[in-house]
Design a protein around this ligand. Structure first.
Ligand code: FE2
Length: 561
């Protein structure tokens, strides 16, 4: 039997499939190179075909998706709290059929004014899904700031779901976004926390199926940081419109300011208004006031969230923690330090929603959702061959000589953080290493770089010794690694075992033989504004573009500049 978990969404499209006892996962951005991109129907069919599903309309038995119908204004209730079951398990398709007209010639949907430039253009884009990215850039800002616009990407969602509902044999059901985050952990934890930057147009946190509004007006940590980042002029144009990377960019800045009393009271709209009067680009470093504002805002919301955790959870039992805010390593570290047993999967953001959908189906039909070689289970392009010991040795030598290396091995890791298969690597002892890698990555100067360390040696350098997915900013105990030590003396590291990633562990081992250090600076193989490489050609393009990279290694093949 074949089952499909689906998240088309308005960003980060991903699909998961169960077929003949095996599970498959694909994220559109790793195929297209478009960061956070939204996949079209053609991509969906091609991917299913690559997994041996040639006739999905006949083969698939049941599909669960989590289309963001909230943002379309379809649901009159937010669907959480007491009513969660009713809404999470209800299919919205019949309602959609009645409320969305078949053509896009009208100027209103759901009684709302549609603010895109031209309805015929939108219609064309929907019919030719490959052009969809242009609308993503144009319209996603409305999702943040306006309730009066409907993203045409919802039309794409609708069209795909409608096609499946009407013309495929499969049963098609919609399950709530937050609920699928919870299911995505693939474990039956009694305690569950879900906190999104936006979620399905809803800014609530869901703890044990109970709704919390973190911060005034229900804006949790991720949402607070978005307008601050936009105001600072961070990122490329597409990122500004996309906004999804803003919290991560601003998060690194909080350690440069101090927590001050005068900003503690700012919340909700008042805080956002203050953020909009802020500073752009490098000017932030010249304004202590602004740095204090960012630090205080971050700290205030972190503390408020911590209190909600205290009020909601038992420290003696594990807590599954998902949603985009779970990528905030500062908050995660504080929760760990306070002995909350949080379990965060590497796919805690929306890239995990299709896995949650498949897990939901697994519960219904009694099959196990398990991915081969997890977390390196993207259905992206493999190298031509496997890396050999000789290539590992010569790469370690290059790194020991201070060279920067782009490293493309096996399948890509699930989630937004490189864990050693799609990485840019460097010796972490290099004093100006951060600046050097920043010339490649074009990141903001205040943002720290992570490190990979052999797990059995982690205790020599870091307070936390088990962090396979790079989810915590732990204290650095060793003074000789400036390229990966943040201003506040922390590092976001991932611990590596031979079982999890044998080739990468061997590379760390060879580097240790040469330098005495079982550790490398590790950042994702991409440049700013683009997705982590998912094809060999994309990796070669990054190497050709970023002249500061000294070597590219794909499988056992090495390019040297
Ligand atoms: Fe989410």
């Amino acid at each position: 039997m074949v089952f499909l978990g689906l998240h088309i969404g308005i960003h980060d499209t991903n699909i998961s499939l169960y077929k003949d006892g095996k599970c498959y996962y694909a994220k559109y951005e790793r195929h297209s190179g478009i960061k956070h991109g939204v996949g079209d129907f053609t991509w969906l069919l091609d991917t299913l075909k690559s997994w041996g599903v040639d006739e999905p309309h006949k083969q698939i038995k049941h599909i669960i998706h989590c289309t963001a119908f909230f943002e379309a204004g379809l649901q009159t209730d937010n669907g959480y709290g007491e009513d969660i079951k009713r809404y999470t398990e209800a299919s919205m398709i019949d309602k959609l059929k009645k409320e969305i007209p078949d053509t896009s010639s009208t100027e209103t949907i759901f009684g709302r004014h549609i603010s895109f430039n031209s309805m015929s253009e939108v219609s064309e884009i929907i019919l030719n899904g490959s052009q969809i990215t242009s609308t993503q850039t144009n319209f996603s800002t409305h999702n943040i700031f306006s309730n009066n616009a409907i993203d045409p990407l919802l039309w794409l969602n609708y069209k795909i779901i409608k096609e499946m509902t009407n013309n495929w044999n499969a049963k098609v059901d919609n399950v709530d976004h937050h609920k699928l985050h919870t299911y995505s952990t693939l474990r039956d934890y009694e305690q569950q926390a879900v906190m999104d930057g936006k979620g399905s147009g809803s800014r609530y946190a869901l703890f044990n199926d109970k709704v919390f509004e973190i911060g005034k007006d229900g804006w949790p940590l991720g949402s607070y940081l978005i307008p601050i980042g936009i105001r600072m002029g961070l990122g490329t144009d597409s990122e500004i419109n996309n906004s999804l990377d803003m919290p991560g960019k601003v998060m690194g800045l909080q350690s440069y300011g101090s927590v001050v009393e005068k900003y503690k009271h700012l919340q909700g709209v008042e805080l956002l208004n203050y953020a909009l009067s802020g500073y752009k680009g490098d000017a932030v470093f010249e304004n202590k006031d602004w740095l204090d504002f960012v630090a205080t805002t971050h700290d205030t919301i972190v503390n408020e969230t911590m209190q909600t955790f205290r009020d909601s959870f038992n420290k003696d039992k594990p807590i599954s923690y998902t949603g985009g805010v779970a990528l905030n390593v500062v908050l995660n570290q504080k929760l760990k330090e306070e002995n909350f047993d949080i379990k965060i999967p590497p796919h805690c953001g929306d890239e995990g929603l299709s896995i949650g959908a498949l897990a939901y189906l697994g519960k219904m039909y009694d099959f196990e959702v398990k991915f081969d070689n997890y977390p390196f289970c993207q259905s992206d392009e493999l190298p031509w061959d496997e890396v050999c010991s000789n290539t590992i040795k010569t790469t370690a030598e290059a790194l020991a000589q201070g060279k920067t290396v782009a490293w493309y091995q096996g399948h890509g890791e699930i989630g937004p953080r490189a864990l050693g298969n799609r990485s840019i690597l460097m010796d972490p002892t290099i004093k100006n290493g951060k600046q050097k890698i920043n010339e490649v990555k074009k990141r903001e100067p205040w943002r720290p770089f992570g490190a990979s360390v052999k797990q059995d040696q982690a205790h020599r350098f870091f307070e936390m010794t088990d962090s396979p997915f790079m989810m915590y900013n732990t204290k650095v105990k060793y003074s000789g690694i400036p390229a990966v030590t943040h201003r506040d003396g922390t590092c976001r590291h991932n611990t590596v075992t031979p079982e999890m990633n044998p080739a990468y562990y061997e590379l760390l081992d060879e580097f240790e033989k040469l330098t005495g250090l079982p550790m490398l600076l590790n950042t994702s193989l991409n440049v700013q504004g683009e997705a982590i490489c998912g094809t060999r050609d994309q990796a070669v393009k990054v190497f050709n573009t970023a002249k500061q990279l000294d070597q590219l290694v794909i499988g056992s093949k090495t390019w040297r500049r």
